[in-house]
Ligand binder design. Structure first.
Ligand code: MOS
Length: 748
């Protein structure tokens, strides 16, 4: 970490956009209105696989207020789609993707088959219901269990086995387990539903207010599809009401809305329904994992076999690193990982908070708990016995690793050692009490980003970068960085984001935004400081016997002043520095490169402790306490960082006890595609969540010392809950979510 940042700076600032968010003045993508606005509503397929043989749009077209009904039969040609159609047809079916309204093929149930544009939302909904398609229906397959028996997995480089040492080593170990864990389909359900508002200007230029985690990719994919220049696609995303990976792609509904807006020549708004969130914007793929593990009697791991089987869409492969954590988290000479995915007739899955790692850590960290019990060891002692001091996969040193410290901090806080380790030994009336823990690992990295800075004579600073904020408070943490560097209050700093016209920032995701953008902000602010010092290098304010020409390192930057470190009575305000030099403002653009990390590997770590109680008569599980201890490097802004981890805990409680997407395999259709039936944790399900940060800077990854925390808070959490349920009841449930029906009989 750069010494420029004072250790005395406050630990956090409040969210810079808090008032806008809580008073409803923050504008989301569906909240822009223009004169002549029309509304887009999708019609969707009623079969999961087959072809559309006829589509009757007469009634819809004649319905009141309808301006256009677009299907594959009358869809205007998209230059980008036309020019690449032949290439795409040559690809294997599994990699052709789905381009809306380009053919009559039905790939999944509730696939968009038409879009209706009408002058009111209600009229559009009504007209869309009048579109009637006739199909040639093919047999659909949406059941992963069935596919594993009768189907063929996808082939390719992503599916090569990883083998370190001997695959079968676990089999001959003193102590071993061989178990299977199951995780269902889990659906992105951020509070803000995906939406966009589109306004074309003529045929070759448009502005789109779109829910996206990546302005530049959204800009590029729209430009490509419609054959436009990038700069003619203006993407604006001022606020996002939560996203966990669903807002990276430019999904078919967005392209459909763009087509309809162009066709009608009117500004158009399309907002998905909650049920459409289940089919239009991806989800976490279902996965079945086998964990076989062996250890010596004294608790040294001798073999790990981690096999994951997941699903993808029949038209688009999606892969994620489910098994990767098992190669890196513990020292073990013999590790084999295998990963397979089967194509199903469902819409395509996508990244979802801790993609891969979250799923994999559920398996690995549950298995570690099972092994600890098989060895009659404390689960933390077992983990410490196999603690990796260098990365076992790459043999490279870590940029930093303070997982041991996290174990200690978390265990102390929850009084881990005071519990009775014996399963089903702790009780409170009708409730069985259990303690559980699980660790998380997630890659830390740093990409490239541009940010501009404008320092004005009135002592205010404007920073700009084309990044979006899906919730964590990016503008706030960047403001905090700049505030510390200049020693000026956050109220004098404005961080502007959410607009593709700004200097291109990073995408928001992969737990890399703070590291990536924070580096750019740090660098540009340091350069502005140098420039300020330059302005006054011969200023008499600083002349002493020792210093005649002041250098940046001679100065401290506090309260809007440059102060001579060796004689604090000598100082000049930033404003006076600019005034005396006759400069109205300092403007700089920083291009901060990625850090390729050739000699190190970098991860963030977390350890989650939970206490549960399980009701003996009903099998109901309540999480009563959560302590998450996190090594995310130096914490940039404590308040928003803590909120990130609290949010992960809420997601983790949801995942372990409630979330389950159910598909009726007879029809390939979602059964519980609504919030009444797809359960997520609400306030009443969430206890006090205590967050502890190790808060030690990473010296390698970037100058701010921060790693990343967007995802690691969820990685390993579900295992902690499952492990606590085992400790409470003596019953191991190896399938999420852990619902009362699974426990009821077993715990009687
Ligand atoms: Mo995330 S899965 O990088 O939004």
């Amino acid at each position: 970490m750069d010494k420029a940042i004072s250790n005395d700076s406050p630990k956090f600032i409040d969210r810079v956009d808090a008032v806008q968010k809580v008073t409803g003045t923050a504008k989301y993508s569906a909240e822009y209105d223009f004169p002549g606005m029309v509304y887009g509503v999708l019609s969707e397929s009623t079969i999961a696989r087959g072809t559309i043989t006829a589509i009757d749009t007469k009634a819809a077209e004649n319905a009141p207020g309808v301006l256009a009904v677009i299907t594959h039969l009358n869809c205007p040609k998209l230059p980008g789609y036309e020019s690449t159609a032949a290439d795409i047809a040559k690809r294997p079916e599994i990699n052709r993707g789905f381009r809306v309204f380009q053919d009559n093929i039905v790939r999944f149930s509730n696939q968009p088959i038409a879009i209706v544009a009408a002058d009111t939302y209600e009229r559009a909904v009504y007209a869309a219901s009048l579109v009637k398609a006739t199909y040639k229906k093919d047999e659909s397959h949406t059941d992963l269990n069935e596919a594993m028996k009768t189907g063929k997995p996808v082939e390719g480089n992503n599916f090569k086995d990883y083998i370190r040492g001997e695959t079968d080593a676990w089999k001959t170990a003193d102590v071993k387990i061989d178990v299977e864990y199951r995780m269902p389909l889990e659906v992105h359900n951020p509070m803000e539903i995906h939406a966009l508002t589109v306004k074309w200007e003529g045929n070759d230029k448009l502005t789109v207010y779109e829910k996206t985690q990546t302005l530049s990719s959204t800009q590029q994919s729209i430009a490509r599809a419609f054959g436009l220049k990038n700069e003619n696609v203006h993407v604006i995303t001022q606020f996002i009401g939560g996203a966990f990976g669903s807002a990276f792609n430019t999904w078919p509904h967005s392209i459909a809305a763009l087509i309809a807006a162009k066709k009608t020549g009117r500004p158009l708004k399309l907002m998905l329904t909650r049920s459409e969130m289940f089919t239009m914007v991806g989800y976490r793929p279902q996965a079945i994992q086998r964990l076989a593990m062996g250890a010596s009697k004294d608790g040294k791991l001798t073999g790990i076999l981690h096999e994951a089987t997941a699903m993808t869409a029949s038209y688009q492969v999606f892969t994620e690193g489910i098994v990767n954590g098992s190669r890196s988290l513990y020292v073990c000479p013999n590790v084999t990982t295998r990963y397979k995915v089967y194509p199903l007739d469902l819409s395509q899955p996508t990244w979802m908070r801790g993609p891969g790692e979250t799923t994999g850590a559920y398996g690995l960290e549950s298995a570690m708990d099972e092994m600890a019990y098989a060895l009659n060891m404390d689960p933390i002692e077992f983990r410490l016995k196999n603690y990796a001091e260098t990365d076992p996969e790459s043999s490279k040193p870590y940029s930093s690793k303070f997982l041991k410290e996290a174990y200690q901090l978390g265990a102390d806080k929850i009084k881990w050692n005071d519990r009775n380790r014996e399963p089903r030994s702790m009780k409170d009336g009708d409730w069985l009490i259990g303690y559980g823990m699980g660790s998380g690992i997630f890659s830390a990295w740093r990409g490239d980003a541009k940010v501009s800075a404008k320092f004005l004579q009135d002592g205010t600073l404007v920073l700009q970068s084309g990044v979006t904020d899906m919730g964590p408070g990016t503008a706030t943490s960047m403001t905090k960085l700049a505030s510390d560097i200049f020693g000026i209050p956050p109220s004098r700093i404005r961080f502007e984001l959410g607009d593709s016209n700004l200097p291109p920032g990073p995408f928001q995701g992969g737990s890399g935004t703070t590291s990536t953008l924070g580096t750019a902000v740090h660098n540009v602010c340091m350069n502005v400081r140098k420039k300020l010092a330059d302005l006054v290098k011969d200023n008499p304010s600083f002349h002493t016997e020792l210093i005649h020409s002041v250098k940046p390192e001679d100065l401290v930057y506090e309260d809007g002043y440059m102060i001579l470190a060796s004689d604090r009575s000598r100082k000049i305000s930033y404003a006076d520095a600019m005034k005396s030099a006759g400069i109205p403002q300092i403007e700089m653009l920083e291009s901060s490169p990625s850090n390729p990390m050739a000699n190190h590997t970098a991860f963030s770590y977390a350890v989650h402790f939970v206490i549960v109680k399980v009701h003996t008569a009903t099998g109901v599980v309540r999480v009563t306490r959560v302590v998450s201890a996190v090594d995310a490097g130096k914490i940039v802004n404590y308040k928003t960082a803590e909120s990130q981890i609290i949010g992960s805990a809420v997601g983790g409680i949801s995942m372990s006890l409630m979330e389950e997407g159910v598909v009726d395999h007879r029809y390939g259709r979602w059964v519980n595609n609504n919030f009444a039936d797809y359960h997520v944790a609400v306030n009443a399900d969430v206890p006090k969540v205590e967050v502890i940060f190790v808060d030690k800077p990473d010296p390698i990854l970037n100058p701010i010392g921060s790693k990343g925390m967007g995802e690691v808070g969820l990685v390993g959490f579900a295992a902690a809950v499952g492990n606590a349920v085992f400790h409470a009841t003596g019953v191991r449930i190896r399938e999420l979510p852990i619902t009362p029906d699974k426990l009821l009989v077993a715990i009687r």
